[in-house]
Design a protein around this ligand. Structure first.
Ligand code: BES
Ligand code: MN
Ligand code: ZN
Length: 506
């Protein structure tokens, strides 16, 4: 989709549809909506006075202009209550309006920048929200659909943001560019996660990482079974044993000009391209959803792409451990003991607790590559869905400073996190009977146990674990995102990189 920010008035704007907005309870709109209202002889005010337009969140009202404007139709998007307004409401309004416009057959969509006027958002934040909301809201995973959906074809290919105030133009353009980048990258991330396990294998994920690195100026290294054997990555190899697909350990490096040398952020992603559970096999009912068990890996790749484009002044490494987890005659068995890259041995009591195994080696590898701070993203436990549903990612950490930064990044990105306690008694439950560790505890607290297992391999480096099993996938459509993959983590990790750069500069 082509995106442009243009200086001008709504009256002179030409497009297939024009989006304006209204806060809840406002009957006499001002600004651009007021101008459109004037051109339409007060129609919007009358509809608002009649209660037909309420300005509620998610509401989109279609008005035919009958030649009174340069657009055949106007969409009035509700922004909800003014006191509750924020950039996420702006993004949601843009998403709802864009979907409606597409349903009406619009190709070229013009819009005001929701929130940049009386909404009180800065023009860059508002423009980013509008562009990002539009791109994310229009996303569909149609790669495997052969029958076209008549209502929704051919789709919007041009988005025009109209801003009257020349003083806001520069900032609006910056925001729009950022929103365009993030929207596109998050949608690519969603594509990867929505794609079936037959398409996204450890090998294809590695190829995807290689392409991404080469076209974005990142260093890339891809290790296969022979190298993993040499490095003693016994945990990744154990999980991979049941599959004919060879595992991959992928690393991408972003080196920032002028970045502090004593600071390297590692983003580590769980890349199980399909999780059947292994010999501890999962029940059939929802097993197909386990194609999404590489959402952490996809988020890391997406974040690396955004970081490469936006260039924060901090070095960032992206690491992805990728393998399938399948049962077979060669699969790892409950009771087997794996020797991890760190040297620690693990008794594998449940082969379905595979994420923490591959991340153990990936985190050790992050240390070897010189990481000073580690954040891992993983669809690690069903238990996090019990605790938090799909509203927040579970956070487990060994470091308050890094936790605070991640919380800040979470607030800036709108991707929620919620910290779990890490009492020392929990760690007792990870001690193995026949090896140093065991991969499952026996006393509940599934999300904490999974996190703390991984944390054991950070060995004192500041580390944060984000369990995204609930947030990476939508069972039902939200205000911006539809069903399926959400691309969670891309935005938050980008914000984190900038926060680390800012903190080290101060
Ligand atoms: N990939 C799953 C976790 C998961 C569950 C992700 C639901 C997304 C939605 C993970 O590998 C797993 O199987 N975890 C087990 C751990 C248990 C065996 C300790 C679980 O949560 O049941
Ligand atoms: Mn599993
Ligand atoms: Zn898994």
């Amino acid at each position: 989709m082509k995106v442009e920010v243009r200086q001008g008035t709504v009256e002179e704007t030409a497009a297939d549809a024009l989006v304006v907005n209204l806060f809840q309870g406002v009957e006499k709109p001002g600004g651009a909506t007021g101008a459109v209202d004037g051109a339409l002889g007060g129609l919007i005010s009358r509809l608002a006075a009649d209660g037909e337009i309420k300005g509620k969140d998610g509401e989109v009202t279609l008005i035919h202009t009958e030649g009174r404007l340069n657009v055949p139709r106007v969409l009035v998007a509700g922004l909800g209550k003014k006191e509750e307004f924020d950039w996420q409401k702006a993004a949601a309004a843009a998403a709802a309006a864009a979907r409606k416009a597409r349903g009406l057959g619009a190709r070229k969509l013009a819009t005001v920048i929701h929130g940049a006027g009386t909404g009180g958002l800065s023009p860059d934040r508002a423009a980013q929200a509008v562009v990002e909301g539009t791109i994310l809201g229009l996303y569909e995973f149609r790669k495997f659909k052969t029958e076209s959906d008549e209502d929704e074809r051919p789709g919007i290919d041009e988005l025009l943001l109209v801003e009257q105030d020349p003083a806001k133009l520069g900032a609006a353009r910056d925001g729009a560019a950022r929103g365009g980048l993030l929207g596109e990258v998050i949608n690519e991330t969603r594509d990867l996660v929505n794609s079936p396990g037959s398409e996204v294998t450890p090998t294809s994920l590695a190829e995807c990482a290689r392409d991404l690195a080469l076209s974005n100026g990142l260093e890339v290294e891809i290790l296969g079974p022979a190298e993993l054997e040499k490095m003693g990555a016994g945990a990744i190899l154990a999980v991979a044993k049941g599959s004919v697909q060879p595992p991959r350990l992928i690393s991408l490096r972003y080196q920032a000009a002028g970045a502090p040398e004593n600071l390297t952020l590692a983003l580590v992603g769980k890349g199980i391209t399909f999780d059947a559970g292994g010999i501890s096999i999962k029940p059939a009912s929802k097993m197909h959803e386990m194609k999404m068990d590489m959402a952490g890996a996809a988020a890391v790749l997406g974040a690396m792409k955004v970081v490469a484009a936006l260039k924060p002044a901090v070095n960032v490494i992206g690491i992805v451990a990728a393998t399938e987890n399948l049962p077979s005659g060669t699969a790892v068995k409950p009771g087997d003991i794996a020797k991890t890259m760190s040297g620690l041995t693990v008794e594998i009591l449940n082969t379905d607790a595979e994420g923490r195994l591959i991340l153990a080696d990936a985190v050790t590898y992050a240390r070897k590559l010189g990481a000073t701070h580690i954040v891992d993203l993983a669809t690690l436990t069903g238990a996090v869905l019990v605790a938090l549903g799909s509203l927040a990612s579970g956070l487990v950490s060994n470091d308050e400073g890094l936790t605070d930064l991640v919380k800040k990044a979470s607030e800036l990105s709108g991707e929620r996190v919620w910290p779990f306690p890490t009492y020392p008694e929990y760690k007792e439950d990870l001690k193995g009977e026949f090896a140093d560790l065991k991969n499952v505890g026996g006393n509940g607290a599934g999300t904490i146990m999974g996190g703390l297992f991984i944390g054991r391999f950070a060995e004192g480096l500041p580390w944060v674990h984000l369990d995204i099993a609930g947030t990476a996938w939508n069972d039902k459509s939200g205000k911006v995102l539809g069903k399926g993959a959400t691309g969670v983590g891309v935005r938050m990790m980008t914000e984190l990189a900038f926060l680390m750069a800012a903190r080290s500069a101060s």
